[in-house]
Unconditional design. Structure first.
Length: 319
């Protein structure tokens, strides 16, 4: 009487064992997150960062455990490189506050908006938090109408408004390109021997006006050789200041040497032995009324001495 019951029990037990065997082979359960339509089913379902691969739950990703199409494996985790701000475009590329949103694998501020260096993304626009009166020190932190934003702080503004090329710093208009106390930005002071040039502190101080030929600029001063710059009317030739209007070795220009016994007269080499305008020395001009020649550095008439009254046709005349 008990055999039919025993047979039924054994039949049910066999069916149950077949069902469990089918589950172990991945024939039951639901597909884990990240699986593909063709992936085996895992039972029980995979948890956390695990993924169902060939009927087994696997952690991480790699060559033997690839990520689904459209995702990248970054530090054993599948991510979307087109939208993940920590892996934007490529693994490890973290979007900055200037461009916090990852769109299409590129860090941006907002659709169509990309902030330049020094800018911060404030919702739908870029702002310089150091100078923006509407985003002073932080996005949406606005200064009062009478205030200006300096170094991220709201301070008393300038009235009237500063002219173009100037900025309001501490209630005063300053030239940020040349102010040693506000170089390039309000409050950025140059220290030590540096000065503000074109908005940057530098020890390489330019000479204004520029140095003449032959001289060098050192810390804002023109120098000739190892000494000071040359005075007006002089030129720096070979590291020395010379008067090119008289120097026979540098007559009119450095390196221009007068020949023989010629002298340098107002920057021009002259033969003072025969030059009527520089007879016997620079600037000594023969009187055209009493002399018509210069010979041996002396003025004369014809071949003789200079006349007392007048020289006409090479002859001294009494009238």
């Amino acid at each position: 009487m008990r055999r039919p019951f025993l047979s039924s029990f054994l039949l049910l037990l066999g069916l149950l064992m077949l069902a469990l065997a089918g589950c172990a082979k991945g024939g039951a359960g639901r597909m884990a997150d990240g699986g593909s339509p063709d992936a085996d089913l895992c039972f029980p379902a995979c948890s956390g960062a695990e993924r169902c691969v060939s009927g087994r739950c696997a952690s991480g990703c790699g060559a033997e455990n690839p990520c689904p199409t459209g995702q990248a494996c970054c530090e054993s985790v599948c991510v979307s490189a087109v939208s993940d701000p920590s892996n934007c475009g490529t693994c490890g590329n973290i979007c900055t506050p200037a461009a916090p949103t990852c769109s299409g694998g590129e860090c941006i501020c907002a659709p169509g908006i990309r902030c330049t260096a020094g800018g911060s993304c404030c919702g739908d626009h870029c702002a310089d938090l150091n100078t923006s009166a509407t985003d002073c020190g932080a996005c949406d932190r606005a200064c009062l109408p009478s205030e200006a934003c300096e170094a991220g702080l709201c301070v008393p503004g300038c009235s009237p408004a500063c002219a173009a090329g100037s900025a309001c710093c501490g209630g005063a208009c300053v030239d940020l390109s040349a102010s040693n106390a506000n170089c390039g930005a309000c409050g950025n002071a140059c220290t030590g021997s540096t000065v503000c040039v074109s908005g940057s502190c530098t020890a390489d101080i330019p000479c204004v006006p520029s140095c003449p030929a032959g001289e060098t600029c050192e810390v804002g001063s023109c120098r000739c050789g190892g000494g000071a710059g040359c005075s007006a009317g002089q030129a720096c030739c070979g590291g020395a200041c010379v008067d090119t209007s008289r120097d026979v070795g540098n007559c009119g220009a450095c390196g221009r040497t007068c020949a023989g016994t010629d002298q340098c007269c107002t920057g021009i080499c002259r033969n003072t032995s025969s030059d009527l305008g520089n007879c016997g020395g620079c600037g000594r001009s023969c009187d055209s009324g009493t002399a018509d020649t210069c010979s041996g550095g002396s003025c004369g008439c014809g071949g003789g001495s200079e006349c007392l009254i007048a020289c006409a046709f090479g002859i001294c005349v009494p009238f």
